[in-house]
Write a protein that binds this ligand. Structure first.
Ligand code: SAH
Ligand code: TRP
Length: 327
């Protein structure tokens, strides 16, 4: 990896050492809270990013198909309405759905800048290579960073369309949601726009299937976080001691992903001097995936300083793409 050309297109917003220090701090703190938690951004090493990509193709994972269907419908209208000079994408991953917007830009003859931000260097590199091949006119400037910390570090080149797709907004804890929307708003000018993909509350059976698929890809994805931490934080914890559990919480309207200990076990990371005893049945929370209603979506966005300019769902009403503009 890392040809000269690619290095020029992908910029690191934080040094690797700083990234590992942050990870060490966050993991050590999370394992002390009740419930114990592991921050979900650590799912996405090279292997995790590929597993997530496989999740988006699963029959049970309706989210990606629904969001793609909406984008197919509205991309031309959105681009015409906003007329952005650049597209910034938070948690871009492989930027597959983004292609629908790029196709529209191409048809209109501009703009030429795409600025994805992601914690995963591998995902950005793969996206950069694939997009360079298919969109040779595109100026791709990827940033490795944390969208909860680094928004203000992205250089601005004119009117922005900010994308936050994949219901990644649902992975924030509800207590952090409005603050996060405010931070996005603070990084925007009055005539910029934000396009957010949100999964909507629905039949719990469909939700639980989407996060616990028959082929076991989601389970492998969840367990992979331990492999990432073993490598980065010097552990040799046995993945076999944990099971993937996905559960709907009807009060909080979130899906909760856990690693449940299936035998008394200890979880140890030498690098951060963590060594905890876990009883059989104990759970570590690795992810929340909050589901939205019009009311909860509106609360988050208006609380963050936006107004809802468009609300587009798929025909089944499973998923929404919200176009939010500074209020
Ligand atoms: N937008 C893509 C990928 C969604 S998966 C899609 O809709 O399919 C979530 C992506 O966000 C992953 O690529 C992951 O690496 C990235 N990510 C998660 N937490 C992040 C954070 N705190 N900062 C930056 N990127 C993050
Ligand atoms: N943004 C995705 C979602 O909430 C992330 C995701 C999908 C995920 N499947 C997962 C996270 C399984 C952890 C475990 O749908």
């Amino acid at each position: 990896m890392g040809s000269g050309a690619r290095e020029a297109r992908i910029v690191r917003l934080r040094e690797d050492a700083e990234f590992v220090e942050t990870m060490a701090r966050e993991v050590a703190a999370g394992l002390e809270t009740s419930p114990r938690t592991i921050p979900s951004k650590y799912f996405y090493d090279a292997h995790g990013s590929v597993l997530f990509d496989q999740i988006t193709e699963l029959p049970e994972y309706y989210l990606a198909r629904a969001e793609t269907a909406i984008l197919e419908q509205v991309a031309p209208v959105l681009v015409a309405e906003i007329d952005p000079a650049e597209i910034v994408e938070l948690g871009a991953g492989f930027s597959r759905k983004t292609r629908l917007l790029l196709d529209t830009l191409e048809a209109r003859g501009g703009p030429r800048r795409f600025v994805p931000l992601d914690v995963s260097r591998e995902a950005l590199e793969a996206a950069g290579d694939a997009l360079a091949a298919d969109y040779p006119w595109l100026s791709f400037e990827g940033f490795i960073g944390d969208f909860e910390r680094d928004l203000a570090r992205l250089p601005r080149h004119g009117r922005r369309l900010v994308l936050f797709l994949g219901s990644t907004i649902g992975n924030l804890h509800p207590d952090d949601r409005i603050g996060f929307c405010r931070a996005i708003r603070a990084s925007m000018a009055p005539d910029d726009a934000l396009l957010v993909g949100m999964d909507l509350v629905k039949d719990p059976r469909r939700l639980e299937a989407a996060y616990d698929d028959a082929a076991g890809v989601t389970a492998a994805f969840n367990l992979n976080v331990l492999r990432v931490l073993n490598r980065a934080l010097d552990g040799d914890n046995d993945l076999e001691a944990f099971d993937h559990v996905a559960r709907w919480d009807p009060q909080r309207e979130w899906m909760e992903m856990n690693l449940r200990v299936n035998r008394p076990t200890r979880l140890a990371f030498r690098r951060i001097h963590v060594d905890v005893e876990l009883a059989a049945g104990e759970e570590i929370r690795t992810e929340l995936s909050c589901k939205f209603t019009r009311a909860s979506a509106e609360r988050a966005l208006t609380g963050g300083g936006f107004r809802i300019a468009r609300w587009d769902t798929d025909p089944a009403g499973d998923f929404v793409l919200v176009l939010a503009r500074p209020a």
